[in-house]
Write a protein that binds this ligand. Structure first.
Ligand code: ACO
Length: 337
């Protein structure tokens, strides 16, 4: 029994904002953003869009790519919808997954969200795979979706230049393919880690039960993302290398057997540092941060979809995902395509 990815999809909001455009309203410039992060532009959701709109569009794209013109029929075959997000439409409930379930008409599917920030898709894929491995469930839709620009402080140049909005999706199925030997396929390893002691380094202080909104009060706590950039950077480089090594060790393979690494796209320099530590060429990593910036839980599924659609990814190829983010969380997956 293997858990295989049948199809992928993505959605990027229409509005694209370049660094130069951003520099008209924020004290920054294209040279600084590119040299410190590798980011050239980002897509920003329309005011009326919420995360479930992005997630639904990516889901539809994945279902259409699986069976063109039959998204509604395929939706009926879903047993599970799992959405990784740190920016839900509503805090707590209803989940984004339930909103997507309704719009897809996936009336046979259970639906829930996973909260693991930028590592969310890595966690959600493993959670879905585990759940498909028991009972009579067969198909899941795993989505990574975030709309960070609505919780971004546009006066903080240290964070606002980093983020964008997007969603990516993967249709996952339990199949009879082998999970060992030469012909093995599907999700073969996951490493899921957390370092909760770093929780305060990357957070959104206001709105949860620790600091709830109260009617009529003066806001005294940030309603936006707070990030200790330096601390997160140091954590990220270590987390990347740790996860990559553990995935290889668990499977008893070397990096030359991995065709491509699909990393969380937070900062090109983090990936470059991890590549250097591993002695890997930078083109071992699939990068699209230049176009989309950091879209949190969406970066890995969006990159996976883009890479899959290049035609370079062949059946039987081994790929690795690796991510880190708020929580702090980190992790990765090994997948035979
Ligand atoms: N434009 C121009 N100058 C800037 C900007 C900007 N946008 N932002 C900061 N600067 C300036 C600072 O004011 C500072 O100037 P000073 O030396 O005169 O004081 C200088 O640039 C250096 O600032 P640093 O903050 O030290 O810059 P650094 O090289 O550390 O890069 C960055 C900052 C890009 C945020 C980096 O620390 C980083 O990538 N950290 C990790 C972030 C991350 O990966 N987050 C992931 C998770 S996000 C999530 O989960 C939601």
């Amino acid at each position: 029994m293997a858990i295989e990815i049948l199809a992928t999809g993505r959605y990027l909001p229409e509005r694209r904002v370049t660094n130069d455009e951003l520099a008209k309203t924020v004290d920054t410039n294209d040279e600084w953003i590119r040299s410190h992060t590798g980011i050239g532009s980002r897509h920003i959701a329309a005011p009326e869009q919420a995360t479930s709109d992005l997630a639904y569009a990516a889901a539809l794209n994945a279902l259409e790519s699986f069976a063109p013109g039959k998204a509604a029929e395929t939706a009926l075959t879903l047993d599970l919808i799992v959405v990784a997000t740190g920016t839900p439409d509503y805090y707590g409930f209803p989940s984004v997954a339930c909103l997507v379930q309704d719009r897809l008409g996936a009336v046979n599917a259970g639906a829930f969200d996973v909260s693991a920030a930028c590592t969310g898709f890595v966690y959600a894929l493993d959670a879905a795979a585990g759940m498909l491995g028991i009972g009579n469930r067969k198909r899941a839709l795993v989505i990574g979706a975030d709309l960070l620009t609505k919780i971004t402080n546009w006066e903080d140049r240290g964070t606002c230049v980093l983020f964008g909005d997007a969603a990516g999706a993967a249709l996952v199925e339990r199949t009879d393919a082998p999970v060992t030997g030469e012909a093995k396929r599907g999700l073969i390893q996951s490493v899921l880690r957390a370092q909760g002691s770093g929780a305060q380094e990357l957070k959104c202080d206001r709105g949860g039960t620790r600091n709830p909104y109260k009617d009529g009060e003066t806001v005294d706590k940030a309603t936006h993302i707070y990030m200790n950039g330096r601390a997160v950077y140091t954590f990220a480089v270590k987390a990347f290398t740790e996860v990559m090594q553990e995935l290889l060790d668990r499977e008893g393979i070397t990096m030359d057997q991995v065709k491509k690494i699909i990393p969380h796209q937070a900062n090109e320099r983090i990936v470059q540092a991890a590549a250097k530590r591993f002695g890997l060429p930078e083109d071992k990593f699939f990068m699209n941060i230049e176009k989309y910036a950091n879209t949190s839980a969406a970066t890995i599924p969006v990159a996976l979809d883009e890479y899959a659609r290049t035609g370079e990814l062949q059946r039987g190829d081994l790929i690795m995902t690796v991510g880190f983010g708020g929580g702090l969380t980190y992790g990765g997956n090994l997948i035979v395509w």
